[in-house]
Design a protein around this ligand. Structure first.
Ligand SMILES: [Fe+2]
Length: 193
């Protein structure tokens, strides 16, 4: 069974407490549905194989929905902290993308793509390189084996209520404004060689 996590979020700049509360409620729903699916799988394990297959197909949506939201909210814990420009993450991003500005421009462009899903910065330890990926919904487009360094929720539920349907850019601005880069840097530093 999975347990819903709590996040130490202080007030965010440009994102209302109501938006955060509603979004956390959606996250709780993924955890709840994940547990429901796991219970269904157990109940169907020796029963109808077709029903079990259909339930199994739904696992990645709920599992990734829960996990990606945990990565997302954790990035705001501890409050806004800048990227350490001389740190290992900034150095590696600069080496691959030319500059931090160039990296951010490219990442934001992924976030502005049409559709519902996630803009994700990955690091592939085998090839020692970053990738940007668009993940539709929560589970289509995930890069197998690569590690998630930064996850930006681009579902309309993340921004439309507060920023409007054309407010994606303003939402991405607010996402970055509140980002604790220390959390993101820790993920990168914690990767095994
Ligand atoms: Fe979300």
């Amino acid at each position: 069974m999975y347990t819903e996590k709590t996040f130490a979020l202080s007030s965010l700049e440009g994102i209302t407490p109501e938006s955060v509360a509603a979004h956390l409620g959606l996250y709780a729903g993924y955890v709840k549905n994940l547990n429901t699916l796991l219970a269904s799988k157990e109940a169907l394990a020796t029963g109808d194989a077709y029903a079990l297959a259909e339930v199994t197909r739904r696992l990645a949506f709920e599992y990734d929905g829960a996990r990606l939201h945990e990565l997302y909210f954790e990035q705001w814990e501890g409050g806004s902290t800048p990227l350490t420009t001389s740190g290992t993450l900034a150095t590696a991003l600069t080496k691959q993308f030319g500059s931090l500005e160039a990296w951010e421009k490219q990442f934001r462009a992924v976030g502005m793509m049409r559709g519902i899903g996630w803009a994700i910065l990955y690091f592939d330890r085998e090839a020692r390189m970053f990738h940007h990926a668009w993940v539709s919904e929560h589970h289509e487009g995930l890069l197998a084996g690569a590690d998630i360094i930064l996850a930006l929720d681009i579902w309309e539920h993340a921004f439309v209520a507060q920023f409007g349907t054309a407010g994606r850019g303003a939402y991405i601005d607010a996402f970055f404004k509140n980002l604790n880069w220390g959390v993101v840097e820790k993920r990168f530093a914690g990767l095994k060689a």
